[in-house]
Design a protein around this ligand. Structure first.
Ligand code: ADP
Length: 521
């Protein structure tokens, strides 16, 4: 793979910056061969060549990150920070702007647990598996809230607002105080960390004056080098049920029932309702069901549902905590679900000390990667791209959104992997658009399909919570109040903090003045 240079940056400038990076982190931690470039690319992209890094540099600690940022700013070389770079479906390790140098923090793996307060101070390289092993090895009774692909880092997931399935499932809301390297190399601690030696950095989020943690999530205002996160105490009991609903329209009463229980606090977990494809695309491949192109026909859907005993929709509901409380909540849940006539209800019970059977791990803080098998659905080189608009917790509106999207799936000949993830007051309609990179005709339809979905959602006032690199400008465009006042604000902050425009240009559609011409909308 030939190198791509960032706009306005010559080979000579890059060479000088790379030599300076090698001086800061050691030549062994600077990566610029064609294989390196390939390794830091995005294998799940529609077009692998669209977001090519020039190379990568891997610091071992905060002072090296500061040195890298200063060198980048002096030389006007764009850099793209990653924690572990496993953000599959959204761009993985690849930068928005081709030619950027990836700052790979996967070597930074320090973990400090405050057992008394149930919080952990971690560096970006700490993966879900690392933190899980750390807690297990020391017998520390706290649980993680792992995402479906737990290969990545805890910080990267929280910064990109990824989701888990326990009551702590909205990982970004469990951040409490960050350490951040700013684009000029300055170092800041947010919240109570702004007071040297404060024992409450990990306990009180806001500090004094403006609170900054969320300004570093999905942004390009700084590189997070440490974060405090709250962990969930291991509960006495996890009691729940796996519910299947028979009809496509049954999504509406299911959402209305769960939304009410969620707002009331009976249900504290963030459940995700998934459609019938969720088991088939992990345990089988498409060719085992049909050789017909286009969206799967009703008889194939019926066969899949029969084989795995699935409804059109299914959801795993879990109650966490003291036995007496979860038992009482279970009775309420049982009655509410019974009232909407489920196709099946499978109760589950785990008590402290019981083994955790592998498929249950996601609800009990055990990292997993098996859901990534869905990338193999079509065979050949697979992948997926996310499309995830935010909706109100309304069964009617969710069903309407699903019907519109479903018509698009059929129009473009795609198989729908779709789900509705509950937040406290909202739903996220997470779609993994599955790819077959060895089928050029299929791949040609993916981009127009995603653009149609984004435009349809926008026309109903729904915006995405997170998106792939290819759609950052498009999605940012949909946030258009007062002629894109939010973008103007973001870019004023960006230009003030990062006058050289070096840090992750284009991330979330925020372009510094230096690269304003690169915006694709
Ligand atoms: P993971 O390690 O969980 O796979 P990534 O490293 O792929 O996550 O990062 C997810 C997204 O968050 C990327 O777009 C990346 O630019 C951003 N990001 C990750 N880590 C940091 C960090 N430490 N500081 C700032 N932004 C980050």
């Amino acid at each position: 793979m030939d190198p791509v240079f960032p706009p306005g940056v010559t080979a000579g400038i890059l060479d000088r910056a790379l030599k300076a990076f090698a001086g800061a982190v050691g030549a062994d931690n600077v990566f610029t061969t064609p294989e390196d470039r390939d390794a830091y690319g995005d294998k799940f992209a529609i077009d692998d060549m669209r977001h090519q890094p020039y190379g990568a540099v891997a610091p071992s600690g905060v002072e090296e990150v500061r040195a890298i940022v200063r060198i980048a700013a002096e030389n006007h070389v764009p850099i793209w920070p990653i924690s572990r770079g496993k953000n599959l479906g959204y761009g993985a390790a690849a930068p928005e702007l081709s030619g950027s140098i990836v700052v790979d923090m996967s070597r930074m793996k320090k973990i400090e647990m405050d057992v008394e307060n149930g919080t952990v101070l971690i560096e970006p390289g700490v993966g879900f598996y690392d933190l899980y092993d750390y807690l297990q090895a020391r017998g520390i009774p706290y649980w993680l809230s792992v995402p479906g692909n737990s290969w990545g880092s805890v910080i990267g997931n929280a910064l990109d607002r990824g989701l888990g399935y326990t009551p702590y499932g909205e990982n970004t809301s469990k951040l409490c105080g960050l350490e951040v390297v700013l684009p000029d190399g300055d170092l800041v601690r947010t919240g109570m960390g702004a007071m040297t030696g404060s024992p409450t950095w990990n306990l009180y989020r806001y500090g004094f004056g403006p609170a900054w943690d969320q300004l570093f999530a999905q942004s390009n205002f700084g590189i997070v080098t440490k974060a405090n996160m709250w962990l969930m105490p291991e509960p006495e009991q996890v009691r729940g049920m796996d519910v299947e609903m028979d009809g496509m329209e049954d999504i509406a009463p299911l959402i209305d029932t769960l939304g009410a229980l969620r707002r009331e606090g009976v249900l504290q977990q963030s459940p995700t309702i998934g459609n019938w494809l969720r088991a088939a695309n992990i345990l089988t491949t498409r060719e085992q069901w049909t050789d017909k192109p286009g969206s799967l026909s009703d008889d194939v859907i019926a066969a899949i549902r029969k084989k795995f005993a699935l409804g059109w929709w299914g959801v795993s509901l879990r109650l966490y905590g003291r036995e007496t409380i979860t038992n009482a909540s279970y009775a309420i849940l049982e009655q509410a679900i019974g009232a909407i006539k489920p196709m099946s209800v499978k109760p589950s019970l785990w008590r402290r000390g019981d083994p955790i059977p592998p498929p249950q791990g996601g609800w009990m803080g055990v990292p997993m990667t098996f859901p990534m098998q869905n990338a193999n659905w079509y065979g050949g080189r697979g992948g997926h791209i996310g499309f995830s608009p935010i909706l109100p917790q309304s069964g009617r509106l969710a069903l309407e959104q699903f019907r519109r999207a479903h018509a698009r799936y059929q129009e473009f000949g795609m198989d729908p992997q779709t789900s509705f993830a509950f937040g406290e007051r909202h739903l996220i309609n997470v779609n993994a658009v599955l790819l077959n990179k060895d089928d050029p005709a299929f791949m040609k339809r993916v981009d127009p399909f995603l653009r149609a979905l984004i435009a349809d959602a926008r026309s109903h006032g729904y915006g995405e919570y997170r998106t792939h690199l290819d759609y950052m400008d498009t999605v940012a465009d949909t946030y258009d109040f007062n002629d894109h006042a939010l973008r103007r604000l973001n870019e004023r902050v960006k230009n003030a903090l990062d006058p050289a425009g070096i840090l992750a240009p284009g991330k979330s559609g925020i372009w510094p003045a230096a690269y304003a011409k690169e915006r694709r909308s």
